[in-house]
Design a protein around this ligand. Structure first.
Ligand code: C5P
Length: 225
């Protein structure tokens, strides 16, 4: 049992999926339910951490004992995560952040004009929050990313871990029904130290506990004062 091994620590967890607005009623979104991030937040509270949960578009009850910050878009999530990360011992980016957003926002609902072809939606890149955390981290801060891959899972995961300068990357193999919205998950957790921890299919809570085990092992000891 891990007990209260995160007591005295502040951890930030992002959860859910961002929505990038097209017009007042439409957005580009993804299938993330927030279940994995919420399991991470609940288990961290149970292990004694102060938890900031940055949620995007999640229809789940707030976990008891966590500070929940509600966000919508990637840009909103970026501001909330970076501001909470300032004094954090660990940041876990479990959210599905949209890589792209519409280049322009239509202030009014886009109409279908009779007979006319629809306008294409041009996309621009969103900021990569995880990469920014990797670049701006305090010494000793532990950064954890998630990656959903459909093919070459391990090779893509290793490359992503290095590119984003994270300490740990939780790699899920995804297909339409393999992960999203399900209570269970299977993953490999890759470490910047070359480690690979296989997590067999099981409850998202079990994966969360293993992530915190790996984080706790990488935290610097608390100063005695
Ligand atoms: O590059 P990819 O989207 O696969 O990376 C996934 C990881 O990076 C997740 O931890 C996700 O939360 C994070 N991410 C991010 N900002 C983005 C895209 C992804 O923080 N714009």
């Amino acid at each position: 049992a891990a007990g209260r091994d995160l007591a005295g620590r502040h951890v930030v967890v992002s959860a859910g999926g961002t929505r990038e607005a097209i017009d007042p009623v439409r957005f580009i979104g993804n299938r993330s339910s927030g279940l994995q991030g919420y399991a991470l937040a609940r288990t961290a509270v149970a292990r004694g951490a102060r938890v900031t949960l940055v949620a995007a578009n999640v229809a789940l009850p707030d976990p008891a004992g966590a500070d929940v910050v509600a966000t919508g878009s990637a840009e909103e999530m970026r501001k909330a995560v970076l501001s909470a990360a300032g004094d954090a011992d660990a940041v876990v980016m479990a959210a599905a952040v949209a890589d792209f957003r519409p280049a322009g926002y239509h202030g009014s609902k886009i109409k279908k004009a009779d007979g006319a072809e629809p306008e294409p939606i041009r996309l621009v890149k969103n900021p990569d929050i995880l990469a920014e955390l990797g670049e701006t981290r305090r010494p000793g801060q532990v950064i954890v990313g998630f990656a959903a891959e459909t093919d070459d899972v391990l090779a893509n995961g290793r490359a992503k871990l290095a590119r984003k300068r994270s300490d740990l990357l939780v790699v899920n193999q995804v297909g339409e029904e393999m992960t999203f919205g399900r209570p269970d998950n299977a993953a490999v957790v890759l470490g910047a130290d070359g480690s690979a921890t296989e997590v067999p299919r099981g409850p998202k809570e079990a994966l969360a506990e293993i992530v915190w085990d790996l984080v706790a092992a990488r935290l610097e000891p608390l100063s005695p004062d």
